[in-house]
Design a protein around this ligand. Structure first.
Ligand SMILES: NC(=O)c1ccc[n+]([C@@H]2O[C@H](COP(=O)([O-])OP(=O)(O)OC[C@H]3O[C@@H](n4cnc5c(N)ncnc54)[C@H](OP(=O)(O)O)[C@@H]3O)[C@@H](O)[C@H]2O)c1
Length: 287
């Protein structure tokens, strides 16, 4: 496996979903490399607990905690306003937060299907609102955590919100496929700016993922991953590599597994689909 760099001193790195699992392991590793780490968490108490553990373990006090519920567009916009006022630069954005809600169809406060909103529309909106900050900090990197599950996904452009037909086991793969399509379109749009965009599958990792929200099939899958899955530290390696390694300086528009570029699902390379999805997403989040 490719190596990881040892110093991120002077770099400001934001990690969403940083209180738990892969995101927490990613935030810790970046703190250990002396980066300034901005943890984005939805629950202040859980976030504080993780932040305290990270500062103690890393010996790095430059670890900030920002609270945001990524299922709410207003919360995302408030988060971005805070960042614009309090940070001079943003060198790395890791869109890691994710969740699966495989039971009944649920809607966010914005009236959007929740799995699609949290896993895909949130990174889409957050990234778009932070693009100027990232460009002004170039070289900068955007790292989107997708999943191998994207390979069983398809994009229903005429029913992104699954209003006509809700298939619980399809929403998460669709959202993670959308993350890959978004990453490729974003990388193309960012050509020449010094900002790269890549996505990844972290492996099957024993975390809190979908532990409380799944139906019986999902709970069984989560139990199996819990028994045989990799550690969060192992699962974070590709995110850390893409955020920090000089080996991927300038590399953009790729899907990584175990820190190696791999082919994503054939449909994810469809540029027309990438463009159409971007246009529809922009309308859904008003950017
Ligand atoms: N674990 C795996 O095997 C696996 C495989 C492929 C891809 N992934 C992806 O890896 C990423 C990290 O997942 P994980 O396995 O580390 O799971 P995890 O331990 O459940 O961590 C998910 C993180 O996302 C946060 N989050 C969820 N909904 C949020 C919201 N509305 N607003 C803000 N934060 C929110 C969670 O916060 P709370 O603690 O407050 O819930 C938590 O910090 C996800 O994108 C997931 O899809 C995981």
């Amino acid at each position: 496996m490719p190596t990881v760099t040892s110093s991120m001193q002077g770099k400001i790195c934001m990690v969403t979903g940083a209180n738990s699992g892969i995101g927490k392991a990613t935030a810790l590793a970046l703190a250990q490399m002396d980066a300034t780490v901005v943890m984005v968490c939805r629950d202040r108490a859980r976030g504080e607990e993780a932040r305290s553990e990270i500062t103690t373990t890393s010996g790095n006090n430059a670890v900030d905690l920002l609270q945001a519920d990524l299922s709410s567009q207003q919360s995302i916009r408030q988060l971005v306003e805070h960042i614009q006022h309090h940070y001079t630069h943003l060198h790395v954005l890791i869109n890691n937060a994710g969740a699966a809600f495989p039971g009944r169809r649920r809607e966010t406060v914005d009236g959007l299907e929740t799995t699609f909103a949290v896993n895909y529309l949130a990174p889409f909106l957050l990234t778009n609102l932070l693009l100027d900050a990232l460009k002004a900090s170039a070289p900068a990197r955007i790292v989107n955590v997708s999943s191998a599950a994207h390979k069983s996904g398809s994009i229903q452009l005429d029913d992104l919100q699954a209003e006509k037909r809700y298939r619980p086991m399809r929403t998460y793969p669709q959202a993670k496929l959308a993350v890959v399509l978004f990453t490729y379109e974003l990388a193309r749009r960012l050509q020449g700016t010094g900002v790269t965009a890549n996505c990844l599958h972290p492996g099957f990792v024993a975390t809190h993922f979908a532990q409380s929200d799944g139906g019986s099939a999902v709970r069984l899958l989560v139990k199996v991953i819990g028994s045989f899955g990799a550690s969060p530290q192992e699962g974070a390696k590709t995110s850390i590599y893409l955020a920090s390694s000089p080996e991927v300086e300038g590399v953009t528009g790729k899907y990584f597994v175990k820190s190696i570029p791999r082919r994503s699902a054939a449909i994810s390379y469809d540029e027309s689909l990438q463009r159409h999805l971007w246009e529809q997403s922009a309308k859904l989040v008003n950017v």
